[in-house]
Unconditional design. Structure first.
Length: 300
């Protein structure tokens, strides 16, 4: 097996390769003055199973194009099969038409991923569990929840003083799964509203019983608005300790600063997306999904 990396998360690719006890295979990613990229494979890969690690996080369009070209280069160079590890799948939130006249961006992305010749995909904590069904190639949908469960157990947060909280009704399934991994830790959910035209969020009320400690669980943090609104509502409702667990640190705009200032004591995320040094903040702790990805690749 040969492991290649695009440019969006090389540290994760290196960790995955290390877990698999192989060196990361070199790739030339040349950027022309106009921004176009030329991809070139150096090694002989005829009849090899090749793996490409490339989350399609910001800048999603560029990262997707790079991934398409890498897969094309591998296929043309004789790879037997190509597995793409896309720990964060860009455009996954535009998976249906929310308002008349919109594009279904995710469907366009899926069609292109398939057309370029990928054989298998490894994805993480998708926004909707229905997304894998939209593909016509095998998809392994992994989750960071076991990593979060481990962290929660290590902190000895108990079912009598802690409640899991979904910051919106759409995340209840995720919180229920984590509850099962933690011997039935209680859970609650916030009823949130987002104005699709302005993006403005309102956390309306909490459904379920709260405790002194709340662990907010979400798939991603982008602007931080969902988490911060949820944390403020929990504080108002008497919760005194708040921790956040979110798989994907999208961290748009000033999210890191806002999260640092928020009511949360700590924000746990994973390395599905690389968080550059300038976006890291004291309350942040990054857990790695490398071992899980390597485990999955060993079964391919
Ligand atoms: C929404 O349904 C998602 O699960 C996340 O809660 C949301 O995408 C986070 O975005 P933001 O950080 O901008 O509120």
């Amino acid at each position: 097996m040969k492991v290649f990396s695009g440019s969006s998360n090389k540290p994760l690719a290196q960790k995955i390769a290390k877990e698999l006890k192989v060196a990361l295979s070199p790739l030339e990613i040349h950027i022309f003055p106009d921004g176009e990229k030329r991809i070139r494979v150096f090694e002989r890969i005829v009849d090899e199973h090749c793996v490409v690690v490339q989350p399609t996080s910001t800048p999603a369009d560029q990262n997707y194009m790079e991934l398409f070209f890498i897969v094309d280069a591998l296929k043309r160079s004789g790879a037997k099969a190509v597995t793409a590890v896309i720990p964060y799948l860009g455009y996954q939130r535009q998976d249906h038409i929310f308002r008349d006249g919109e594009a279904v961006s995710l469907e366009v992305v899926i069609r292109t991923l398939e057309a370029v010749g990928m054989d298998k995909l490894i994805l993480f904590d998708l926004h909707s569990i229905k997304i894998p069904e939209l593909f016509h190639i095998p998809v392994s949908h992994l989750s960071a929840l076991p990593l979060f469960a481990e962290k929660i157990k290590k902190n000895a947060w108990t079912n009598s003083d802690t409640v899991l909280v979904s910051p919106d009704m759409g995340g209840v399934r995720r919180v229920k799964q984590l509850c099962e991994m933690l011997s039935g830790m209680p859970y609650a959910s916030i009823v949130k509203n987002r104005n699709l035209a302005t993006g403005k969020l309102t956390a309306e009320r909490v459904e379920g019983r709260l405790k002194k400690r709340a662990l907010i669980v979400d798939d991603m943090i982008s602007s931080g608005g969902t988490i911060i609104t949820a944390a403020n509502l929990l504080l108002k409702n008497g919760v005194s300790e708040i921790y956040v667990f979110a798989t994907h640190p999208v961290f748009s705009d000033a999210a890191p600063q806002a999260l640092q200032k928020s009511a949360a004591q700590k924000v746990f995320v994973t390395d599905t997306i690389e968080v550059p040094k300038e976006k890291q903040f004291p309350k942040l702790e990054i857990l790695s999904v490398a071992e899980m990805v390597a485990g999955e690749l060993r079964t391919v």
